[in-house]
Design a protein. Structure first.
Length: 246
C-alpha cells in the first residue's frame, strides 16, 4: 500500500528520482530503464540510485519489471506525472517569460518544482495558456501523448526532404550540451528545416534551419522527432503575452 498520496509529500530527492524515471520511460512507459541508467543521467552512484529506488518500491511508487528494469506503479505514475507537469510549467515560465536558456531552466525548475502550491500551479497553468507539452515538445501526460502524432526520427530523413521540428525527446532533454546546441541554432518545436545531406559513413546529418546550416551526428539526430513537410501550427504551443496590471 503506498504511503504517499500527494507527490508534494515526497522529499526533493525522491521527486528528482521519480522525475528522472518518468522522463526516461516516457509518458506511455514505452522505454526500459534501469537504476544504473538513471544513476548515470543524474550523476550519482548506482548504489545511491538503487537505495532510493528500494525506498520508492517500499512506498508502492515503483516496481520491478523484467530483470533489473524499473517501472512506475499506477500511484507512481500519478505522482511522477504531477512532478513532470509542474516541472514543465516552470520551464515554460523560465524560458518564455523570464528568458532563461533551455539547459539553465531545467536546473532551476528542478529546484522549484517541489515548492509550488496547487494554487500557484493552477495560476501558472492559466497564465501560460494550458500547455499540453513541455517547451521541448514532449507531452505532459499519457492522454496527451495518445492524441498527438509520434513523429519521425530526424536521423531517418533523406537529403532534400523538408520537415518541421516536432519534439526534442525526453532522452535528449538529459543532454545539456545537445539542448544548448539545438536552442542556439533555433532547432526548436515548430522550426522549418530542409535536410541537405545525410551520411551513414560520416555519421552526420546536415540541415538548413532558421539560423542557417547545422550539423548533427546521427545518434543525437535520432533523439529529435520531426514531421514531414510543414506541420499544423496548432501542434505547437506559444505562451501568451503577460496580462497588464489589474
Amino acid at each position: 500500500m503506498p504511503r504517499h498520496h500527494d507527490q508534494r509529500d515526497l522529499s526533493a530527492a525522491a521527486q528528482q528520482y521519480l522525475l528522472a524515471l518518468r522522463v526516461l520511460v516516457g509518458p506511455d512507459d514505452s522505454s526500459r530503464v534501469t537504476a544504473a541508467q538513471i544513476a548515470r543521467n543524474m550523476g550519482v552512484t548506482t548504489q545511491a540510485a538503487s537505495e532510493m529506488f528500494r525506498r520508492l518500491v517500499a512506498d508502492g511508487l515503483v516496481a520491478h519489471a523484467e530483470g533489473r528494469d524499473l517501472r512506475l506503479t499506477p500511484a507512481g505514475r500519478t505522482a511522477a506525472d504531477g512532478i513532470f507537469r509542474r516541472h514543465a510549467l516552470l520551464e515554460w515560465l523560465l524560458t518564455s517569460v523570464i528568458g532563461l536558456g533551455w539547459a539553465e531552466s531545467d536546473d532551476e525548475a528542478m529546484r522549484l518544482q517541489g515548492a509550488i502550491s496547487p494554487r500557484v500551479e493552477a495560476r501558472l497553468d492559466e497564465m501560460l495558456g494550458h500547455p499540453e507539452t513541455c517547451p521541448h515538445g514532449n507531452p505532459i501526460d499519457a492522454e496527451t501523448a495518445r492524441r498527438r502524432p509520434a513523429g519521425i526520427r530526424l536521423s531517418e530523413m533523406e537529403a532534400g526532404s523538408p520537415a518541421t521540428i516536432y519534439r526534442i525527446t525526453e532522452e535528449a532533454e538529459e543532454d545539456a550540451g545537445l539542448l544548448s546546441y539545438l536552442e542556439a541554432r533555433a532547432l526548436t518545436p515548430g522550426a522549418q528545416v530542409t535536410i541537405l545531406a545525410r551520411s551513414e559513413s560520416l555519421d552526420s546529418l546536415t540541415l538548413d534551419g532558421p539560423r542557417g546550416r547545422a550539423t548533427l551526428g546521427l545518434r543525437p539526430a535520432a533523439l529529435v522527432r520531426v514531421l514531414p513537410g510543414e506541420a499544423d501550427p496548432a501542434l505547437f504551443h506559444h505562451v501568451p503575452a503577460p496580462a497588464g496590471p489589474r
